[in-house]
Design a protein around this ligand. Structure first.
Ligand SMILES: [Zn+2]
Length: 243
């Protein structure tokens, strides 16, 4: 390899390490996002359940008032019963009173069912509260891990960045631009060696994507310090020194 390709190859070692750091960082950032969205989901669920609970309690209160009003009516019927003048009148009041009593029993049964539902929901709510606390822990832990990674990788990162920037000074700007583009597309792996398919025959492939490479490209690389791309994946090609 000539000076340019050699310089680029060195840059690549820094780029690959930097890309690995970025990948880890990105994975940790995603983990934080996933945890946060899970936490938000459970918060919404909790809010919905609380609202439902309040609605049930309000309905229960309304039914309680209804029962009280009906009991009042039953009392009035009872007083009227004592003053009834005829059998017919007595029978009519008694029938009305019994209907009212029967209705009240129905409502009271409904109220009992509702109280059971409210109790069951209270238990369910406690479970969701516990899950919310757990999810909160997950968010904190994911955030801590991200922060710890950032702090821990910062010196290494700056070191790699300075080494790369220093190396980049020795490369022509247009070449560097080409290299950076390829590095960005392939997570730092801007360059790959050409591989010989068969030891005794001429036939070459890009070791990055396995597509075949024309013999003339190989010839250029053997004689000149020039950038040659793989036509398929766009990586910069080089020839490995023969051992
Ligand atoms: Zn390729």
């Amino acid at each position: 390899m000539g000076e340019t390709l050699n310089g680029l190859h060195q840059l690549q070692t820094f780029e690959i390490k930097l890309a690995a750091i970025r990948r880890t960082q990105l994975a940790k950032q995603r983990r934080v996002e996933v945890c946060r969205s899970r936490y938000e989901k459970i918060e919404q669920e909790l809010e919905g359940q609380r609202r439902q609970n309040l609605e049930r309690k309000a309905r229960l209160d309304a039914l309680g008032l209804d029962v009280a009003a009906r009991e009042e009516t039953v009392n009035k019927h009872r007083q009227a019963l004592a003053k009834a003048r005829t059998n017919k009148e007595y029978a009519a009041i008694l029938s009305a009173m019994n209907t009212e009593k029967a209705d009240n029993t129905k409502i009271e049964n409904t109220m009992l069912e509702m109280m059971e539902e409210i109790q069951a929901q209270k238990d369910a709510l406690a479970e969701v509260e516990a899950e919310k606390a757990k999810r909160f822990e997950e968010v904190s832990s994911a955030e801590e891990q991200l922060q710890a990674f950032d702090a821990e990788s910062k010196p290494k990162r700056s070191e790699l960045e300075s080494a790369r920037d220093e190396g980049a000074l020795r490369i022509a700007p247009s070449t560097l631009l080409t290299f950076n583009r390829a590095a960005m597309r392939h997570e730092g792996e801007a360059m790959v060696p050409i591989q010989k398919v068969h030891p005794k025959r001429d036939g070459f492939v890009c070791s990055g994507c396995n597509m075949s490479i024309a013999l003339e490209v190989v010839n250029v690389l053997q004689t000149r310090d020039e950038i040659q791309f793989c036509g398929a994946c766009g990586r910069i090609l080089f020839l490995e020194a023969r051992g």
